[in-house]
Design a protein around this ligand. Sequence first.
Ligand SMILES: Nc1ncnc2c1ncn2[C@@H]1O[C@H](COP(=O)(O)OP(=O)(O)OP(=O)(O)O)[C@@H](O)[C@H]1O
Ligand SMILES: [Mg+2]
Length: 528
Amino acid sequence: MTVDDTTTPQHGVVRERHGTILLEAQGITKRFGDILANDSVSLTLRAGEIHALLGENGAGKSTLVKILYGALDPNEGDLTWQGQSVTIASPAEARALGIGMVFQHFSLFEALTVAENIALAMPPGQSFRELSERIRHVSRDYGLTLDPAAIVADLSVGVRQRIEIVRCLLQEPRLIIMDEPTSVLTPQEADQLFVTLERLASEGCAILYISHRLEEVQRICHHATIMRHGKVVMECDPAGETAGSLARLMVGSAVHDLKRGVVPREGDVQLALKELSATAEGPFAVAIEDINLDVRAGEVVAIAGIAGNGQSELFELLSGERLASRDTAVTIGGTPMGRTGITKRRRAGAAFVPEERLGHGAVPGLKLSENLVLTRHGTGDGLVQGGFLKTERAGELEQKIKKNFDVRMSHDDPEARSLSGGNLQKFVIGRELDRQPELLVVNQPTWGVDAGAAALIRQELIDLSRHGAAVLAISQDLDEIFEIADRVAVISRGKLSEAIPSHKLTRERIGLLMGGLDEDSGGAGDAA
Ligand SMILES: Nc1ncnc2c1ncn2[C@@H]1O[C@H](COP(=O)(O)OP(=O)(O)OP(=O)(O)O)[C@@H](O)[C@H]1O
Ligand SMILES: [Mg+2]
């Protein structure tokens, strides 16, 4: 993708902006090695405004908000808070000014209660009882109900995020920064969050909102700043744009429609699930109940469903991170492997991409080439010979994946944690696709990646199948499912519907199946 780097900031249709200016950033520059993550960025945030910060993966959004929150030092630039020039040297200083932040990755202690976790972040001087009462009050008031005495380990991802938000609200911030808050939420939880954000804005709070989901940006944001390659390239009113035009502004070129090609004649069954069941492990786990599914070479089958309906449990059973009770429950390439571990499944030609990139898909503190070796050492592609690691070969592969998947990084072979969220996802997917597996199972393939990269990844999944692999994609994103899937099955409370050809499906029908409302219609027929 070529991008015109000489672009100067433009102004699209900008609605007249009201509200007093709370925070002004001017000429913010931040370098990591040779990379200019922020290149003289200026931004104005106003009271009562939900302000979107948009840009493709690696554009510099997280870097900028970390600077505003005092978590990173800029190399250059000035900050003004309510008319006063300030330096924000730490998150504690940001909070003292009235700036709060909700990070995408939570910072909660699982063994502690909700109230204990919140108490850790509050200034001393308040009794625990008073705090619990305030938590109950504020959470109820904003529609984010929390039980102060609940243990975090027992809570779902959506509820954990509520804790982070309530913790932020208790500090009565004037500005709240949110970095991709909805990527882990169910559609219902996201709707609830939007109600809360609109309420906060109406009370005069400023909100800086990072998201790759352009529909939601259009729905709730009053103003948008778009970054590309570390610079601000445009400001606009998102309501005056379409999701397509916003995507174009972000990546600097049109996002192409996917080429579907044709499904080859009946390919071999590469993955067969037969009466696959598993009990729930833990209070928030879902039991898997009697799942049956065939995925053939040449096709992309998608599993749709609202998060938390058994997707991660199913993924673990497919990858071999968790073993099934019988070998015949999971057959890969004709061989029953339900009781076989992940390395042997990989050796049999299967590849697995989990949903969570950092920690599960990649080890944060290891270099990319070392991460490569971790999933591929046992797969016979020359990374280990005679018991020795071929570091050179790992380096070559790392370069190839970087090039083919447009993974942007500040220097060669960095640690996984220094990549922007979306670039790490591109790397993890590229690593598995590069092996040209016969079976690919991927959970939320485009989680956190921008529109351009999402199109690239989706096209790669289709192409892989058309070259003769079987692809099973678990996704929450209906647009994605309709773009890539030949057949769709819906998971709801651990049960999987029959896989239905996607041209026979409507959104409404999938919606009903997701809600578990169409369970006994027999699948292929139309919903009554
Ligand atoms: N700690 C770090 N060390 C080295 N480079 C870094 C570090 N943090 C970020 N970068 C680089 O700075 C650039 C901007 O990254 P940033 O995380 O701000 O992007 P982003 O816009 O938030 O992207 P995404 O949408 O993928 O989350 C990227 O090229 C990234 O590799
Ligand atoms: Mg980011």
